[in-house]
Design a protein around this ligand. Structure first.
Ligand SMILES: Cc1ncc(COP(=O)(O)O)c(C=O)c1O
Length: 456
């Protein structure tokens, strides 16, 4: 297949987005009227026309997360090879459930995950799977940890345990764990909220206190979640201390590095993830800081046998397992039928190399520093502390809702509001695009100052 046409099409979209609006102004009714007026599906339509219409809708009716001035919720600009990967994967439609059906695709994924397993310092025997995203990876971690700690959980369920398993995490951990506690039958109250310090990092002394209290009261602590790059503020929990504590207390140590995990590639940043090599399992999303399209998460685990036990499946209708050192993904992960998620990361890595990734990641970290410095110069107060490119900030008298509405209406940038701890909500800006430049940042901060000077 010649790539020129795809490459040029992607380049055109990138430049049209970069030069266009960031935030849409549309009502649900407007979109529904448009769809109802054109698509009753009674007659076939010319694909060219439909595609042109869909592209027009996508250009005008969505927040452009790949815009260089989208400072948002970890949704990245996407590297071109990863777009090609999605096309290839749709064209060939490999079914990755069993190794025998898709040997090439399965081995490409295994090879890519083995590379990342090495980067995180997990043993070579560790196992990895691509997931739809971080939430599925976190779900996988809880299921595997539960199965390992309570072998009867798989066959007889939680109610036969005769105790109440509990998970420890800070209020800054991702909310997917609330849903996971619900879905696994643990119940949302099985989550113990551990205090944080003034930098929003999990407080290990409070963790130790809560684990000891729970043990005394007949609960069964089994898992601790440390976050490496919290969603709200980019805080990194004290991973080495958590690792030591979990080892001493025989607790499963999961690190949710959905966004921050990519920092492991950067010589400048990876020291901040020290201790992650001691994790029992890790969540890391390719569709965040690895800059590939959604959905591409990864679940990595030090204990392959525990994973195989947690997701075991026997059927006569699936192809027989292949001989040799291979695992069928349907027997070692949450999903059954599965698309070729890993190709996005494989193609991007192969095309730009690890060095290309380091450059991208460090560029974004530098842009985060530039944003922080420009905001301070312009009189804003920075309220979070992280080496990662995520800045939370405020200024006296600011009404966030009015300020953000004006920012969106003038198409200056997209950023959001967040509440850190019990404090009043502040603004949150994350550098999610490798195309954000210093001049984007200067322009945004200048325009923001003009807005506040104008009384917004
Ligand atoms: C720290 C963290 N963990 C997990 C998730 C969930 O990831 P996903 O949205 O890919 O399911 C997110 C999403 O932003 C996150 O920030």
């Amino acid at each position: 297949m010649t790539l020129d046409a795809v490459w040029n099409a992607v380049a055109n979209v990138e430049s049209s987005i970069a030069n266009g609006p960031i935030v849409p102004d549309v009502t649900p009714l407007e979109i529904r009227r448009h769809l109802a007026s054109r698509y009753d599906f009674t007659m076939p339509l010319a694909l060219d026309d439909v595609c042109a219409d869909v592209e027009q809708m996508l250009r005008t009716w969505q927040v452009q997360v790949t815009h260089p001035r989208y400072f948002g919720l970890f949704n990245p600009s996407v590297v071109r090879p990863s777009v090609v990967a999605d096309l290839l994967s749709a064209m060939y439609n490999p079914q990755l459930a069993s190794w025998r059906t898709s040997p090439a695709a399965n081995e490409i994924e295994r090879h890519t995950l083995a590379w990342l397993i090495g980067k995180f310092g997990l043993p070579a025997a560790a196992i990895g799977t691509f997931t739809t995203g971080g939430a599925e990876a976190n779900l996988s971690a809880v299921i595997v940890a539960l199965t390992r700690a309570f072998p009867e959980y798989g066959d007889r369920g939680l109610r036969h345990l005769g105790t109440w398993p509990t998970i420890y995490l800070s209020a800054e951990a991702h909310h997917s764990f609330n849903k996971i506690a619900h879905m696994t039958g643990l119940g949302r109250r099985a989550l113990r909220t551990v205090a944080t310090d003034r930098y929003l990092k999990l407080d290990v002394e409070d963790l130790a206190r809560q684990v000891a209290d729970d043990r005394r009261r007949g609960f069964a602590p089994f898992m601790v979640v440390g976050t490496a790059g919290t969603t709200s503020a980019g805080a990194i929990d004290p991973l080495p201390d958590l690792a030591r504590f979990c080892r001493a207390e025989e607790l499963w140590f999961h690190v949710d590095a959905a966004w921050g995990g990519a920092a492991i590639l950067s010589p400048r940043l990876k020291g901040h993830l020290a201790g992650i090599d001691a994790a029992d399992s890790i969540t890391c999303d390719a569709h965040k800081w690895f800059s590939v399209p959604m959905g591409a998460g990864m679940f990595l685990c030090r204990h392959p046998n525990a994973v195989v036990e947690a997701f075991r499946a026997e059927t006569s209708y699936m192809p027989d397992s292949a001989a040799g050192p291979v695992l069928d993904p349907y027997r070692s992960s949450v999903q059954w039928s599965r698309r070729f998620i890993g190709l996005k990361l494989f193609l991007a890595l192969a095309q730009q190399g690890e060095s290309g990734y380091i450059e991208m990641i460090e560029h974004q970290a530098r842009m985060g520093d530039a944003l922080r410095e420009a905001l301070v110069r312009a009189g804003w107060r920075i309220v979070n502390s992280t080496p990662l490119p995520l800045v939370c900030f405020s200024r006296d008298g600011l009404i966030n809702a009015d300020f953000l509405a004006a920012l969106y209406q003038r198409q200056i940038a997209w950023m959001s509001e967040v509440r850190l701890g019990d404090n009043a909500p502040v603004l949150r800006a994350c550098i999610t695009s490798f195309r954000t430049t210093e001049s984007d940042i200067e322009c945004v901060v200048r325009e923001m100052s003009a807005l506040t000077a104008g009384g917004v």
